[in-house]
Design a protein around this ligand. Sequence first.
Ligand SMILES: Cc1cc2nc3c(=O)[nH]c(=O)nc-3n(C[C@H](O)[C@H](O)[C@H](O)COP(=O)(O)OP(=O)(O)OC[C@H]3O[C@@H](n4cnc5c(N)ncnc54)[C@H](O)[C@@H]3O)c2cc1C
Length: 466
Amino acid sequence: MKKYRPVMERIHDFKPVELLPGEGTLRDDLARCQDCGIPFCHACGCPLGNAIPEINAAALYGRWNTALSRLLATSPFPEFTSRVCPALCEGACVQSLHGMAVPCRRVELAVIERGFTENMLRPRPPAQRLTLRAAVIGSGPAGLAAAWRLNRAGLRVTVYEKDARPGGFLRYGIPDFKLEKKILDRRVRLMEEEGVEFECGVEAGADISGRLLQSRHALVLLATGARRKRDLPVPGRELGGVHFATDYLTAQNRLLAGEINSLPPHCNAAGKRVVVIGGGDTGSDCVGTAWRQGAVSVCQLEIMPKPSETRESSNPWPEWPRILRSSSSHEEGGERRWRVSAQAFVPAEEDPALLGAVLCHEVGWNKKDGRMSPVPKQGSEFTLPAGMALLAMGFTGTEDSPLLSSLGLTLDPAERLPRDAAGRLPGRNLYACGDAAAGPSLVVRAIADGLRVAECALEDLRAISL
Ligand SMILES: Cc1cc2nc3c(=O)[nH]c(=O)nc-3n(C[C@H](O)[C@H](O)[C@H](O)COP(=O)(O)OP(=O)(O)OC[C@H]3O[C@@H](n4cnc5c(N)ncnc54)[C@H](O)[C@@H]3O)c2cc1C
C-alpha cells in the first residue's frame, strides 16, 4: 500500500506528502489488531488515552460513526495527531513485539478525515453559556486544547496569540508537507463557531498586562510554549548563512501562507549546500524544506551515536523504541552522519562575512560522573562546504518575557513555568500547560496537558462556587 506521494513529484511542492488511506486499504492491518486484554497502545502509549482497540474494531467493521465518536471521546484534534504524531501507541502495540505494529495513526487519519468529509464534525457550542471568562495565552496545541475544554464547560474563552494567526508551532514550525494549514484553519473555524474568540497579534504582558488579564478573567492559562533555542557558540557563529532552524521554517511557512511575498535571502536554500545540525524532527523538516527550495546538497549531522535498527535489550517493549527513524524527508535524499559535532563555521573565500564551510569532528561518548559526554576524536576533523547551516538542536526551555514579569513569575531551574501538579502557578487564578510548563515535547503531549490542566482549573472553579 502506497503511503507517500512519489519523491520526484513531491519535492517540487509543499503539498502533503502522506496519502490518505483509501477505502479498504487498512482492512488487513485492522484485522491484526488483537483487541488485547491489556491494550498497551491505550494504557502505556497514547498520552490522550485513546481507546485504540475499540476505534480499530469499529473501523474494521465499517462502523465509522462509532469509530469517530470513540476517537473524539478522548482526542479533541485527531486531525493534527494523525498527521504529526510519532505514534507512541504503535511503539507499545503488542503486534510490534514480533513484527509490524498496527498502523493506529493511519487508522486515526482515516477515521477523522471521513468524519470531516461526511460532515459529521459540526460545531458543538456548550449547552449552557456561563458568565465566567477565561483567557488562554498562546494558541499552540496546548492552548487550543485548553480553550476547547473550557469552552465546552460553558466559559467565555478568549485566546490571546502574539503571532498573526493561531496555531503555534503547528502553523509556524511544522511544514505544510506534514501538516497543511487548511487543516488547522478548519479546526480554528470550528472552535470559533463553538464560541471561542481568538485575538491574534496581541502579546499578553506587552499589549495587555498580565494583571489586567487576571482581573478580567476567572481563569488565566499560560500555554506560551518553550521557545528558548539551543545555540552553538563556536567560532564563526555570527556569519551570514548560520541560522536557527525554526526561523528558517517559519519564513517558509509565512511565504506559503501569503504573510510575506518572498523569502529573506538567508532563509532561501536555492542553489546552496545546506548543513543541518541536529538529527531530530526539526532537523528533518529542514531537510525536506531545503530540497523543496532547490538546495544543491543537504547533510544532516547528529552528535549522538546512530541508533540501532531494532530495540536494544535495555529498551524493552512496551517502552518507546529508541531505534533509527527515517522520515519522509530523509527518503527524499541527502546524507545523514552520526557522532559528528560542528567545531567552527568557516567564512567563504569570496565574502568573509558569509559562511563557506562547516568544520566538524567526530566524537566518541565517554561516561563521566555517571553521565555520557562527547569527546572529540583526535585527527577526525573534516570540512563540509556549506552556504547555509541550520541549527536544529532543540529548545532548552521557556523564554523570559514581559508576561512573566508582569505576573511576577520566575522560571524554575529547568527553565519551565513553576506550576504544581494540578497546573497551578503562584498567583490568583493562574495556570500553565504545554511545553512552557512541561518542557519541549510533542503535539500529542501538549494537547493532553492542555486538557488536563483545563480540567484541574475547572475543578478549582467548581470548588470555589460550592
Ligand atoms: C519545526 C518543528 C517541528 C515539530 N514537529 C513535530 C512533529 O512532527 N510532531 C510532534 O508531535 N511535535 C513536533 N514538534 C513539537 C511541537 O510542535 C511542540 O511540542 C508543540 O507545538 C508545543 O505546543 P505548545 O502549545 O505548548 O506551544 P507552541 O506550539 O510553541 O505555542 C505557543 C504559542 O504561544 C504564543 N505566545 C507565547 N507568548 C505569548 C504571549 N505573551 N502572548 C500571546 N501569545 C504568546 C506563541 O506565539 C505560540 O503561538 C515540532 C516542533 C518544531 C519547532
